[in-house]
Design a protein around this ligand. Structure first.
Ligand code: HEM
Length: 137
């Protein structure tokens, strides 16, 4: 599917299933930040070795790429290998583990506050009610 990107240029979108097939010696694609890179010709030149790229072939390498702390030179080289972008419908499938962890924490804390605040309010009301009623007696 072709579409107009943010800068008005034609963008080629690839479905995740198509990208996943490109994990062979003949053709190696990886995804970094929703961009699709054809690293087939780069495998042998990669200073970090071809093995690490092969491990990520056909999948999302964003975290590994960023963990290494690649130089700006490396990022420029990478930019030349972009062949398209991940189809927007497939992007939610690329949610990073850290993001799903964040949602879990958020859900847990909202569960907590949902019960804690009414619970505290009820306790305060009970104590105040007892104080008032004991003063009147
Ligand atoms: C198109 C994608 C990539 C390009 C253009 C690229 C390019 C480079 C370059 C130029 C270096 C030398 C150091 C630097 O300038 O930062 C490097 C190092 C390295 N890369 Fe990549 N890289 C890519 C993807 C990846 C991925 C996906 C991984 C991990 C799975 C990876 C792992 C490494 C490692 C471990 C080193 C360090 C080697 C060392 O310091 O001995 N690279 N890469």
């Amino acid at each position: 599917m072709e579409d107009k990107g943010e800068n008005g240029q034609a963008v080629k979108y690839y479905r995740l299933s198509e990208i996943e097939e490109q994990n062979t010696f003949k053709s190696t694609w990886i995804i970094i930040n929703f961009n699709v890179y054809d690293v087939t010709k780069f495998l042998e030149e990669h200073p970090g070795g071809e093995e690490v790229l092969r491990e990520q072939a056909g999948g999302d390498a964003t975290e590994s790429f960023e963990d290494v702390g690649h130089s700006s030179d490396a990022k420029e080289m990478a930019a030349n290998m972009i062949i398209g972008e991940l189809h927007p419908d497939d992007r939610p499938k690329m949610a990073k583990p850290s993001e799903s962890l964040a949602t879990t924490i958020e859900e847990t804390s909202s569960w907590w506050t949902n019960w804690l605040i009414p619970g505290l309010a009820a306790a305060v009301i009970t104590v105040m009610y007892r104080m008032y009623t004991s003063v009147e007696q």
